[in-house]
Write a new protein. Structure first.
Length: 316
């Protein structure tokens, strides 16, 4: 074995890895701020990501819970007051605004394109640990975290699990891919020591847009509860889908009840998108679905049945 050749190859691989991580850090770090907040519960800290040229920042909702404003400090030493534009505890996302945008915004990516084993870099700017950067790989996808807002409990869907270590105060910071695109917002909620991030994808982009536009997220309500079940082999082969959502509860008078969805039905798709579990249905229940016709296909006694529901707004 050529030991020198092996060592040179290992050194080259390490150099390539280092170049990726340092490149991502150089690209993302200037756009990440350290947050300082004070509420009735005491002082708190976290990180935030600059996502707009007009002073918009993105962070975790639990970082600014109970706060209306606070202080943001950027990597170049500039400090600015921020106010909370809107927060959504059920997705653990919040949008902030500073009066003057002093740093460039990050480029947002799409977490739906991630693969297990892919290199990711966690970037934060927590108080006392300015410029915190750790790297690792995506170790899990499709994780779910419970989140509660008042009496309403939902799952934060498609949470990213990574072995990139999160330092104290990293919540609200950026999880970036090897090209420096931000594909997640780091969170420590219910993490139990795991590196977790709320994904940036079409669903969370809609949530962010809602927070910017109105300070809150409007959610639609269908009025069903279900459990995932395997589909009969002939149905699975026919529609190219192995699982569906068996309806175990229909609220009387709900949009689902009015549409003719019954106990025992297996929901296969809604709005033209496959429904394999409760999260697949929840993903559709955002503001644009309120008051609009939602085609739903169910499996009922071996037959495919199409109905149309009109979701109403969820009142919390």
């Amino acid at each position: 074995m050529d030991t020198d050749h092996t060592e040179r190859a290992e050194d080259a691989a390490l150099d390539a890895y280092s170049r990726v991580v340092t490149g991502v850090a150089a690209r993302v770090l200037p756009s990440v701020a350290a947050l300082s907040v004070r509420t009735a519960r005491g002082a708190g800290a976290g990180s935030a990501i600059t996502v707009g040229t007009d002073g918009l920042l993105l962070t975790s909702a639990h970082v600014v819970q109970g706060a209306r404003d606070g202080s943001a400090t950027f990597g170049d030493g500039t400090e600015a007051r921020f106010r909370v534009v809107g927060a959504d505890p059920l997705s653990d996302l919040a949008v902030l605004r500073v009066d003057e945008a002093t740093v460039p915004p990050v480029e947002l990516g799409d977490a739906d394109t991630l693969r297990i084993g892919q290199l990711v870099v966690a970037v934060g700017n927590p108080m006392g640990l300015a410029g915190s950067v750790t790297a690792g790989v995506v170790s899990g996808l499709g994780r779910s975290l419970p989140a509660r807002d008042g009496r309403v409990t939902r799952l934060i869907e498609d949470v990213i699990q990574t072995d990139a270590a999160l330092n104290p105060g990293n919540s609200g910071g950026a999880l970036a891919d090897s090209a420096g695109r931000v594909i997640g917002v780091n969170t420590a909620v219910a993490g139990y020591g795991l590196g977790l991030a709320v994904p940036i994808n079409a669903t969370t982009r809609q949530i962010i847009d809602d927070l910017i536009a109105g300070g809150r997220v409007r959610r639609a309500w269908l009025g069903v509860a279900g459990v995932p079940v395997p589909l009969p082999p002939e149905i699975a082969e026919r529609i190219g889908q192995r699982r569906g959502l068996r309806v175990v509860e229909v609220v009387p008078g709900s949009p689902a009840g009015q549409a003719g969805i019954y106990l025992g039905d297996v929901i296969l798709s809604a709005g033209g998108r496959p429904v394999r579990d409760g999260q697949g249905l929840q993903r559709l229940m955002l503001g644009p679905a309120i008051g609009t016709r939602l085609p739903v296909t169910v499996l009922r006694r071996g037959a495919l049945v199409d109905v149309v529901a009109v979701p109403t707004e969820l009142n919390r």
